[in-house]
Design a protein around this ligand. Structure first.
Ligand SMILES: Cc1ncc(COP(=O)(O)O)c(C=O)c1O
Length: 465
């Protein structure tokens, strides 16, 4: 069909038309294109309010994933739309290159410096987590050059980590399927065991295993030589890797190992920032003081693209005092509209006490209700902190054995959940959830009720080997 014919074809039901055009022209992220087309195309989401999404065929779904772990204050907040509208009329765009700045980007930088942990006082803006991961990689390598240690260039991260989709982000990430495409990781990125007790813990107790997983980082530093290692980078809880909540013994030990070997310690808080764990940041929950922190997603509750690297004083001082011009930046760094929306988003989180609500009410409720699922034959483990959770689906609870091939059960439970009106996600054979922080306890009960039903349906209608 010629391009012209496609555009002028007769009017059809809009869902059908959107699906056809989507299949014809739109390459989605993380999608098997042929598979999607064979299934009849995408579900078209047309509107949303609170914690619910509406699709083009009248379906209504509870969004147990807050979009992609980002819509912290929920959908359709008029306050955020109004701030964006007003900012667009006042100053729709200007950049912070060449000795200029805009009020909203300055005020947001000041606010972020206030609410993030001690020692993180400078902000470098981007528009996505991946971009900010790249910014961090460049800044860290530049830092070690400025310190006169040009060999300190290798980054250590973990298997199953997710740090974005750019070349550096995907290299830093520990996703084998991503590495298999595009010849990754790039040189200078190595991966160690994640603090994933269920799969890697063997006979050790979680506490013992937490120390072992931290020691894997130290062993890697020693193997490479500390003089060659730039930084260790980790998500406080590995989200896209399956919501891997580390044993309590892990993080204190990791921070100690990094300090001992003068390896920078970088926390990726793209998912865990802005209240998800019941603290402003995971660093507060785990009592950590990283040298740099990556922020995105919840910074604007996903309403507009914005991300940031919080640079610790050690890195920032070197860049400022010794770095000269930092040849790095993006057209949309510090864009005034997302920065204004971020400020309003943070005001809403504060005014509605959402961080406290997660810590004292909805987080504990989710944990309690998830624990009840442990009596289900498919459920091997439940993991949660605040409003982020994973449920490990297994063939043999005692031996902690997964189904073979791994991945089918997770997808089955996910699909049943969606068919029953709740969006959750599957990662290997875990299902994961991270609902908006405005979710009410009763809605958590509803979500868990649907998950149990989906588990029952999966157990009933599939035969696993
Ligand atoms: C921990 C973490 N880091 C980085 C990213 C990449 O962020 P973005 O998709 O905005 O590039 C993600 C995205 O899910 C993430 O979960």
């Amino acid at each position: 069909m010629s391009k012209k014919t496609a555009r002028t074809s007769p009017a059809r039901n809009s869902t059908t038309r959107w699906r056809e055009a989507d299949t014809r022209h739109h390459l989605h992220p993380f999608t098997d294109y042929k598979g999607l087309a064979a299934e009849g195309g995408s579900r078209i989401i047309v509107s949303a309010d609170g914690i619910h999404l509406n699709d083009s065929e009248g379906g209504r779904l509870l969004d147990g994933m807050a979009g992609l772990w980002c819509v912290n204050v929920g959908y359709s907040r008029k306050e955020l739309a109004k701030v964006a509208y007003d900012q667009m009329l006042e100053l729709p765009y200007y950049h912070p290159f060449f000795k200029t700045a805009t009020p909203s980007s300055i005020e947001l930088a000041e606010k972020l410096a206030q609410i993030t942990p001690e020692g993180l006082n400078h902000v470098f803006y981007g528009s996505s987590g991946s971009e900010s991961v790249d910014t961090m990689v460049r800044a860290v390598r530049h830092f070690w050059n400025l310190e006169g240690k040009p060999k300190k260039k290798t980054f250590i991260s973990r298997i199953h980590a997710y740090h974005g989709s750019t070349m550096a982000g995907a290299s830093l990430g520990g996703q084998a399927v991503m590495h298999a495409q595009g010849d990754l990781p790039l040189p200078g990125f190595v991966h160690v065991m994640p603090p994933y007790w269920y799969d890697f813990g063997g006979d050790l107790s979680p506490a013992e295993f937490g120390r072992k997983a931290a020691k894997a980082i130290e062993d890697k530093i020693l193997e490479l030589g500390a003089e060659n290692v730039a930084a260790f980078v980790g998500e406080a809880i590995q989200g896209a890797g399956g919501v891997l909540v580390p044993p309590e013994t892990y993080w204190p030990e990791v921070q100690k190992v990094c300090r001992k070997h003068d390896v920078l310690f970088v926390l990726d808080e793209v998912i865990t920032g802005f209240g998800r764990l019941g603290t402003w940041f995971a660093a507060d929950h785990y009592n950590l003081t990283p040298d740099a922190m990556i922020l995105a997603k919840g910074i604007t509750s996903g309403y507009l693209p914005l991300s940031a690297v919080m640079m610790g004083d050690r890195i920032a001082d070197a860049l400022i005092e010794k770095g000269g011009e930092f040849y790095h930046g993006y057209t949309y760094s510090g864009h005034p509209v997302p920065c204004a929306v971020a400020l309003e988003n943070l005001r809403i989180i504060e005014q509605e006490n959402l961080v406290e609500k997660v810590r004292t009410s909805t987080g504990p409720r989710l944990a309690e209700r998830l624990a009840e699922l442990l009596d289900h034959p498919l459920v091997g483990e439940v993991r949660s902190v605040g409003l982020i959770a994973g449920v490990e689906l297994v063939k043999d609870k005692k031996k902690r054995r997964h189904f073979d091939p791994i991945g089918k059960v997770g997808i089955s439970v996910r699909d049943h959940c969606i068919a029953n009106g709740v969006i959750i996600r599957a990662v290997r054979d875990s299902i994961v959830m991270a609902p908006p922080l405005i979710i009410e306890p009763k809605q958590i009960d509803d979500m868990i009720g649907v998950i149990r039903k989906a588990l029952d349906q999966t157990a009933k209608d599939m035969v696993f080997t």
